[in-house]
Design a protein around this ligand. Structure first.
Ligand code: FRU
Length: 462
């Protein structure tokens, strides 16, 4: 049970109690967005995985439903791991990984299968008696074989799976095809890590989709080596973009790019909304994170749902327009001209804040926005000379970085909730997702080295 509400979020999805990790089965069915998630209802730490379940009419008000899946069949006795959903003939199909650990004293000796569960009403799910639908990985694969993401293309169903090449212990994404979602045929490798250090030993949660003429693979690689300013989390969420040929499986694509530059973002999943938007949601945490909310009986949260677009040869992510419904009252609207100043914002923990500056005439170099609550501090800095954004968090392994395109304007939009801050630069060109645990109401300050004219608007939310 939740014993203390101090860190409970107001407009982000989180578990009713217990532990949450990856988003699963993000889909639209019979008038509702459905979102499932890796869920351990009986503890505040990761454990035998269930699928938690919530639904929403508008992507911002979520209704908690009973868990959809529990590890209670022979095809998933040690856990119902991550997976996805698709609608076929007005039925909702969940495709998920069954986790199998024959001897609990050796949790690393596991095997994994792919299973299906079906629902007619979006509330009750039954697992196929014939599970698993994919019982073994390709012969050159290791035991890591999970996180099916299903999609439809040209009247066929496909799924991509996260996996690892046995010989080289490097990550890769596999492709399967089916006419009926039950009988799956292995097609081959979509793409794989060529070098372990730069692309990881295992790729989790791949998601393959087309957006604005690009074939995009979003994935969560484990074990990429950090450089000075990139890949600084324990695990990353990345993407590649290019052109994929479904006949030859030839995928011409660029290098891996970081998808979100913050401390707390992993295992993202997308869905295609009825109006054609590609919407992404991620786990707003990281495996190595501390979870202060565990003391209160729960752990983990999702990011805001974000619309993806392809612009200037990269992915942009920006909160879906529906989030604006949460505005209650405008608390800031001013043309600000100055250097250092404390921004008086009522309820800075439930805030949509927008700073918009024209940089052309600004002689200064640095702009900093700081949230301070006792020991807790989160600082967002923009450096004009190299167009770099830096997010610094006191008490957590220092800084995260993102490079912006050279521009004459800077637009920062920030959404704060009780224990989170999400920062969007230039309408989603660079994004930082952060958990932030203030025990007093934060003070918000703005500093520049030389005066800068800026339009500031702010709304309280929820
Ligand atoms: C990613 C992940 C997935 C797996 C799930 C288990 O965070 O490790 O690969 O299916 O979590 O909870």
């Amino acid at each position: 049970k939740v014993t203390n509400p101090r860190f409970r979020l107001h407009y982000h999805l989180m578990p009713p109690q217990g532990w949450m990790n990856d988003p699963n089965g993000f889909t639209y069915f019979q008038g509702y967005y459905h979102l499932f998630y890796q869920y351990h209802p009986y503890g505040v730490e990761w454990g035998p995985m269930h699928w938690g379940h919530a639904r929403s009419r508008d992507l911002v008000h979520w209704e908690t439903l009973p868990p959809a899946l529990a590890p209670d069949s022979e095809a998933d006795e040690s856990g119902c791991f991550s997976g996805s959903a698709i609608v076929k003939d007005d039925r909702l199909f969940l495709i998920y990984t069954g986790h199998h650990v024959p001897d609990e004293t050796h949790p690393d000796d596991f095997w994994q299968t792919q299973n299906v569960a079906v629902s007619d009403d979006g509330l009750h799910f039954y697992k196929l008696a014939t599970n698993p639908v994919i019982s073994t990985p390709p012969t050159d694969n290791s035991q890591h074989f999970r996180d099916p993401k299903v999609f439809e293309r040209d009247g066929q169903y496909y799924l991509t799976l996260g996996s690892q090449t046995a010989a080289t212990k490097t990550g890769r994404a596999l492709l399967y095809r089916s006419a009926n979602l039950i009988d799956w045929e292995y097609q081959g490798v979509i793409t794989e890590a060529t070098e372990r250090s730069t692309a990881g030993f295992m790729w989790e949660c791949p998601d393959f989709f087309r957006l604005n003429g690009q074939d995009l693979l979003v994935l969560s690689p484990q074990g990429i080596e950090a450089t000075a300013k990139q890949n600084l989390n324990l695990y990353q969420t990345s993407y590649v973009a290019g052109q994929f040929d479904f006949q030859t499986l030839n995928y011409r694509h660029d290098e891996l790019q970081e998808l979100d530059h913050g401390h707390d973002f992993y295992a993202a999943q997308t869905m295609l909304a009825p109006d054609g938007r590609r919407i992404l949601i991620g786990w707003m945490d990281m495996w190595e994170a501390e979870f202060p909310e565990q003391a209160d009986g729960w752990a983990g949260a999702m990011t805001l749902p974000r619309e993806l677009t392809w612009r200037h040869e990269q992915l942009y992510m920006f909160p879906v327009a529906e989030v604006r419904q949460l505005r209650t009252k405008q608390v800031l609207n001013e043309n600000w001209q100055g250097t250092n100043r404390e921004l008086q914002v009522p309820d800075p923990q439930h805030l949509e804040l927008r700073l918009h500056a024209n940089l052309t005439d600004w002689q200064g170099q640095q702009l900093t926005l700081r949230f301070q609550a006792g020991e807790q501090q989160l600082q967002v800095t923009y450096h004009k000379d190299d167009h770099e954004m830096v997010v610094t968090r006191a008490g957590r392994d220092a800084q995260r970085f993102a490079q912006l395109r050279p521009q004459e304007e800077l637009d920062l939009q920030i959404w704060t909730d009780t224990s989170s801050v999400e920062i969007f630069a230039n309408q989603g060109e660079a994004v930082f997702s952060e958990r932030f645990y203030p025990t007093t109401s934060p003070q918000v300050t703005l500093q520049t080295d030389l005066p800068l004219a800026m339009q500031i608007t702010g709304y309280n939310l929820y």
